[in-house]
Design a protein around this ligand. Structure first.
Ligand code: B16
Ligand code: MG
Length: 217
């Protein structure tokens, strides 16, 4: 039997949320906006444009379109400087084991990320070759919670949505997977991801037997 396994990137394969946080915090500081880690939590899975809109709204700021574009570029430059130093040591625990189990079982694997930097990051951590398809922020017109990113990923690995399983760390991403009619597996806290079909704190809690049971379903 075959199932399509779709992985989110930030927060699932690597913890880049901390780098997004540093870059957004720097930007907020320049605008005299206080930006907290709790607010950063709400930016997980959210596109770059939408993230900046939210930060400006929290800080009660309005800026010109030109300024908006230039801040987005600045944020990304800063973020890129952090991810430039990444290597495979930053892959989250047991992600390589689960990928290996899937590859050994001939299961199609795709990436479904909101990030426009997804390919760069996968290259940095040396995982790009493990994916049969990569769909990221450059390929979609509608951001999570819209299911577009996962539906395109399913199409690219020739799987029906109902035969796909999505690993996600964000509220918006789990919602996107559910709307796509896929099985959603939340990676993180049950309190935040209670709307997922299954929730695990991280991949160390996901056994090979569990993966096999998903394939047999
Ligand atoms: P970029 P994911 C998302 O990635 C991040 O969770 C989110 O915090 C970020 O703003 C978004 O990518 C866009 O990233 O600025 O690199 O295009 O979790 O969907 O893999
Ligand atoms: Mg994520």
């Amino acid at each position: 039997k075959k199932k399509g396994f779709i992985f989110d990137l930030d927060g699932v394969i690597v913890d880049t949320a901390k780098y997004h946080f540093l870059a957004w915090q720097q930007l907020a500081k320049g605008l005299d906006i206080n930006f907290t880690e709790e607010e950063n939590e709400q930016l997980k899975g959210v596109s770059r444009v939408r993230s900046l809109e939210k930060i400006l709204a929290w800080g009660n700021k309005t800026i010109s379109q030109e300024m908006f574009e230039s801040l987005m570029a600045k944020k990304n430059e800063e973020y890129l400087s952090y991810i430039a130093d990444m290597d495979s040591e930053e892959i989250l625990p047991d992600v390589p084991r689960v990928l290996k189990t899937l590859i050994d079982g001939n299961q199609p694997i795709a990436l479904g990320s909101a990030s426009k930097n997804a390919r760069t990051i996968l290259e940095r951590v040396n995982l790009k070759s493990q994916f049969d398809a990569i769909v990221d922020g450059n390929d979609v017109s509608k951001a999570k919670p819209d299911p577009e990113v996962f539906l395109i990923a399913a199409q690219q690995i020739n799987m029906k949505p109902e035969d796909c399983i999505v690993f996600e760390d964000s509220v918006a991403g789990v919602e996107a997977a559910n709307t796509a009619n896929m099985i959603s597996i939340g990676i993180g806290s049950k309190d935040v991801l209670g709307h997922a079909n299954y929730v695990f704190n991280d991949f160390t809690e996901i056994s090979d037997d569990f993966i096999k049971s998903l394939i047999e379903k």
